[in-house]
Write a protein that binds this ligand. Structure first.
Ligand code: P1T
Length: 381
């Protein structure tokens, strides 16, 4: 099955008893049994599994070419289920520029449990390899990164993690499986904030983990079942419905994203545009190799003046773009990473990485491009 068919049919079947074409919302917490331990069907208690969530999880597995998908209450709940594999003394090597909430979980929650985190530029493979030793268990890659759009070469990094017998997890939120398939490139685990492009309509919080290895899938399902961060049936339905148009939406996100990046790149007030589709992007070669069919809808930029006030004035003047956290919905959003999504990253770290006070992150939606460019033009004037 091709990807555009998988978004609609992957892992899906008509509902068994009624033939309902769309997966119903099985709004139930439990399932009847005829005798203790003998459920009528294949379900017992909805923390373990619920048919609406199963339909979504099978769809996720299909899209990422995995064998097992797991749906969680948020992206961070998905990450959390994986982190619970680790024990005190274990070490993790992670991308230096991560979504602020992931960085916060690593440094403010799991570090206190005795897990050590190293943050590296994933293009510095020598540094990455130099940090690996007997306690290293996991390499955590976000690509493209939030908000600087840095790329990591998954295939190359997976050769290193395989050689050292480490797990490689990839946060595929920005790219989506429409553009990038980490499991095919050698990663062990794909993570998504399904709140973003997979849901696609800014109306649901959700997260996902997908794996190829069956044993790893069972271990992650145990972690999900034993600690409870599951996605409810209504939210599972919303993500499943969103996925059915993922390919169409991503096509337009990519087209609009490229046009916005080109517009900003030639604007006199703009210092730097961060978009992997631009030929002058430092990671353009990796992007061309790794992201198939486009470069996504996330674009960041900084001001020539370097002034925070210029960014603030820009946000206040926007009319079609909405100033808000989050991304990946049909509507265009703008975000001030320094004070919003990445406020939990210490200021010295932020500045070192390039998340400066004049940095603007845009989630370019699927509106008419003329209206989007018109809005940016008037807000920059
Ligand atoms: O918000 P949640 O569904 O828990 O997902 C967390 C998350 C994980 N990974 C990446 C790359 C993300 O961008 C996010 C959430 N990001 C935002 C809310 C944001 O505006 O960047």
């Amino acid at each position: 099955m091709k990807f555009n068919t998988k978004t609609i049919h992957g892992g899906q079947h008509h509902e068994k008893t009624t033939g309902a074409v769309m997966t119903p919302i099985f709004q139930t917490s439990t399932f009847a049994q005829t005798s203790p331990g003998k459920p009528i069907g294949e379900y017992e208690y909805a923390r373990a599994a619920n048919p609406t969530r199963t339909a979504l999880e099978d769809s996720l597995a299909s899209l990422e070419n995995g064998t097992k998908g797991l749906a969680f209450a948020s992206g961070l709940a998905a990450t959390d289920a994986l982190m619970k594999f680790l024990k005190s003394g274990d070490e993790v090597i992670a991308t230096d520029n991560l979504y602020g909430g992931t960085y916060r979980m690593f440094t403010k929650v799991y570090q206190d449990f005795g897990i050590k985190f190293h943050f590296v530029d994933m293009n510095d493979l020598k540094k990455l390899e130099s940090l690996i030793h007997e306690n290293t268990k996991l390499v955590w890659v976000e690509t493209p990164t939030n908000p600087l759009m840095k790329l990591a070469d998954i295939a190359v990094i997976s050769k290193i993690t395989k050689r050292h017998n480490l797990l490689l997890a990839v946060d595929n939120t920005f790219a989506t499986p429409y553009l990038q398939k980490p499991l095919d490139l050698g990663a062990d685990i794909v993570m998504h904030s399904a709140t973003k492009y997979l849901g696609g309509h800014s109306d649901v919080m959700a997260g996902a983990l997908i794996v190829k290895d069956k044993e790893l899938g069972e271990k992650l399902h145990f972690s999900q079942f034993a600690t409870g961060g599951i996605l409810g049936p209504m939210d599972s339905f919303l993500v499943l419905r969103g996925i059915k148009t993922l390919h169409l939406r991503m096509q337009r996100h990519c087209e609009n994203g490229m046009k916005v990046a080109e517009f900003l790149n030639s604007h006199s007030a703009v210092k730097q545009v961060y978009y992997p589709g631009l030929a002058n992007s430092p990671n353009h070669e990796i992007a061309k190799k790794q992201m198939i069919g486009g470069f996504g809808g996330m674009v960041s930029f900084s001001f020539k003046s370097g002034k925070r006030e210029d960014a603030i004035a820009f946000f206040e003047k926007l009319k079609i773009f909405t100033l808000a956290e989050s991304l990946g919905g049909v509507e265009s959003l703008a975000n001030h990473s320094a004070s919003m999504t990445h406020a939990s990253v210490p200021v010295e770290e932020r500045i070192k990485l390039g998340i400066t006070d004049d940095l603007v992150r845009l989630s370019v939606g699927i509106e008419d491009i003329d209206d989007l460019l018109g809005d940016l033009k008037q807000a920059l004037s």
